[in-house]
Design a protein around this ligand. Structure first.
Ligand SMILES: Cc1ncc(COP(=O)(O)O)c(C=O)c1O
Length: 394
């Protein structure tokens, strides 16, 4: 594929003719083919043409599509509502013993990757070891030195929601493997935009929702759980699609308590699926796979480098300074970690934000910094226009 496929990709987003969209970190734009697939689903329910067998095939097709998207196998993928649910499923399925430990870096995490662990703390007497971030990044040395023989899990986001730096997940996975610790990742901000290869990353579990980089609905997500990890896990909730069924038999035949969990991550599937959300996700996965995430990642990294350098040249305080490995598809400007969440501490940053919005730029403020987040549909013109608007406010 060449960059012309990225310009074709851009054509699926009519909203881009009305403004500059740099806000996928909050929610992605829904491309027309995803919209159309959802409308088709709704029509089939309105005009009585919906067929449940076909719907099950569509679900399995989507499971396989997501599995190949992240280089997993279909039985390592379950359907969820969101990231929080995926992480809660893992946290609730581990056989905890009092005094077991989970290492987290709450300074950098979204509540989706904090609250499920706080809950097991309360329910099972697990201890949370909170490690401080360093310069907006997970500090691998601090994490490594916090591991002891009671550490069971480390949970981090692949890209933080603010300041949006990329975590060295495979570096952390190597530490986890050496120390016999399971690595769970919140991949809300990366999947669909940054190439994600779970075998290379060596993560044990990964949770994602579909409304950001996966360009589809809220209330729909995926949970990857490696085959060997899932075989250790006992789901806290059980429903008909979480149990193994003999070929051709129906769940209603299961009348005694002798059940087996479904293979691998399928044990986390519940009752009926979110057919609407999954339909949308399937259409989005098709579009994204046609281009390929290595190409999308290379493209967004070039754009974010250009944006960060452009901001630095006009004297703006880019988080993390000069572009480097920490920079993926999110460029943050301002002083991170201020007391506020949706506004910046620095009045100059609030003025800059308002000026950008008046000029049709979509962005967000998180933890006090202006957050510009890019996807394959962004182009160099978007970046140069943002820099022009920013320089005229300086
Ligand atoms: C890092 C991160 N994790 C999780 C979420 C969302 O979690 P959930 O899908 O459970 O709402 C977000 C943003 O909404 C996020 O930025």
């Amino acid at each position: 594929m060449t960059s012309s496929s990225l310009s074709d990709f851009r054509k699926h987003f009519p909203a881009l003719s009305k403004g500059i969209f740099t806000n996928v970190a909050q929610r992605g734009l829904i491309p027309v083919p995803v919209h159309d697939s959802i409308v088709k689903y709704l029509s089939s329910r309105t005009d009585l043409t919906w067929d449940k067998e076909e719907a099950f095939n569509m679900v399995e097709d989507t499971r396989s599509a997501f599995a190949s998207f992240i280089n997993a196998t279909p039985s390592e993928v379950a359907f969820t509502k969101n990231v929080s649910e995926g992480i809660n499923m893992i946290a609730g399925a581990i056989s905890w013993e009092r005094g077991d430990k989970v290492i987290l870096c709450p300074d950098l995490e979204h509540p989706a990757n904090v609250l499920p662990w706080y809950n097991v703390c309360k329910l099972h007497g697990v201890e949370i070891k909170a490690v401080k971030a360093s310069g907006g990044l997970f500090d691998l040395d601090r994490i490594a030195s916090s591991i002891d023989d009671r550490t069971k899990v480390i949970s981090v986001s692949t890209v933080s929601f603010s300041p949006g730096f990329v975590t060295d997940v495979s570096g952390l996975a190597n530490i986890c493997k050496q120390r016999g610790v399971r690595l769970v990742v919140d991949a809300a901000q990366s999947v669909g935009i940054l190439d994600t290869h779970v075998r290379q990353l060596k993560v044990d579990a990964l949770a994602v929702a579909t409304q950001k980089g996966l360009l589809s609905c809220y209330g729909s997500g995926f949970l990857y759980c490696s085959s060997d990890f899932s075989e250790e896990l006992q789901p806290a909730t059980l429903a008909r699609f979480s149990v193994a069924n003999e070929e051709g038999s129906h769940e209603t035949t299961l009348t005694d308590q002798q059940f087996h969990y479904a293979l691998g991550a399928r044990r986390f599937d519940g009752g009926n699926y979110n057919y609407l959300g999954i339909t949308g996700a399937r259409a989005a996965l098709k579009l994204l796979s046609d281009i390929g995430t290595p190409i999308i990642e290379e493209h967004v990294r070039k754009l974010s480098f250009r944006l960060a350098n452009g901001f630095l040249e006009i004297g703006l305080p880019v988080c993390g300074g000069a572009p480097g490995n920490h920079l993926g598809h999110i460029v943050a400007v301002g002083v991170s970690g201020g007391g506020r969440h949706y506004t910046a501490e620095d009045p100059a940053m609030n003025i800059l934000h308002d000026r950008l919005v008046e000029n049709g730029v979509h962005l967000s403020i998180r933890r006090g910094v202006l957050r510009f987040s890019l996807h394959g549909y962004n182009n160099i013109d978007d970046i140069d226009q943002i820099i022009d608007i920013a320089s005229s406010t300086q």
